[in-house]
Write a protein that binds this ligand. Sequence first.
Ligand SMILES: NC(=O)c1ccc[n+]([C@@H]2O[C@H](COP(=O)([O-])OP(=O)(O)OC[C@H]3O[C@@H](n4cnc5c(N)ncnc54)[C@H](OP(=O)(O)O)[C@@H]3O)[C@@H](O)[C@H]2O)c1
Length: 272
Amino acid sequence: MRIYFEKTHQRSFGTFPLKGEELKQSLMHAIETGYRSIDTAQMYGNEAEVGETLQQIGIPRSELCVTTKVHPDNFPEEHFLPSVEESLEKLRTDYVDVLLLHWPPVGGDIAPSLKLLEKAHKQGYARHIGVSNYTAQMMRDAKEIIDTPLSTNQVEFHPLLNQDVLHTASLETGIPLSSYCSVARGEVFKYPLFAEIAEAYGKTPGQIVLRWILQKGVSINTMSTKPHNISANFDVMDFTLSNIDMARIDALTGTGFRIVDESLVPWAPDWD
Ligand SMILES: NC(=O)c1ccc[n+]([C@@H]2O[C@H](COP(=O)([O-])OP(=O)(O)OC[C@H]3O[C@@H](n4cnc5c(N)ncnc54)[C@H](OP(=O)(O)O)[C@@H]3O)[C@@H](O)[C@H]2O)c1
């Protein structure tokens, strides 16, 4: 339940949309840098390469936190557990640390997939379970549907988008949030505020963005192919943004810049 509060697991290395040599090199650099939490998904089509690379690197399995996500196409009962077994096989492991439902189901009835997720947990396929792209109401409903605590709701979270409604639901339900699109795929760097604050702290603009997310109580997923960005994104634990700088960044959330919506994915719910 508290896995995302362990210091190492507050910073995950995301693997979308990486494949092939780029995935291998980036993941190897991330592990060398110190990342132990790795995020993949059935949808990314790279679980086998992630598994192969992790095996080659040879870090003890117990030190890694591997997250994968069940594709909504595999939510029907006859596909769910077999798809998880296939993911485990590709990832070359007997269990994942965190198994997420990648999206709410089309139609919005979250109960069947949540119950199957809980079944995967009870069968030992996953140490922890969670969800992704759930709305605040879905977070509240999920608590009533299954008994197993949800370790996270992984959502788009960056300074250009106000996620206060989800944040409140997180505090109410005890389901921690984790971020994706943490640097808004580069869009944040168009705002001079981050460079200005970065200069004052002797950090990079990206580190300021990620530190803001962490200080919101949200664990971070980042992806980069550049060794210097991979290292910088990990090196965010040795400074604290002041309340005033947090508030200056908060003011940007009114921008309302959302990357992942129904124009990109058919499963996107009515966002809060
Ligand atoms: N659950 C979901 O539905 C969902 C959806 C999307 C993503 N995710 C997960 O979240 C991870 C991260 O999200 P994302 O990759 O979509 O978005 P992101 O982390 O906001 O953006 C990644 C892009 O930003 C650049 N970048 C990263 N760090 C940087 C830095 N410090 N300075 C400058 N540029 C930087 C990278 O380019 P360079 O390679 O040039 O550094 C890359 O092109 C994914 O890999 C995936 O695992 C989950």
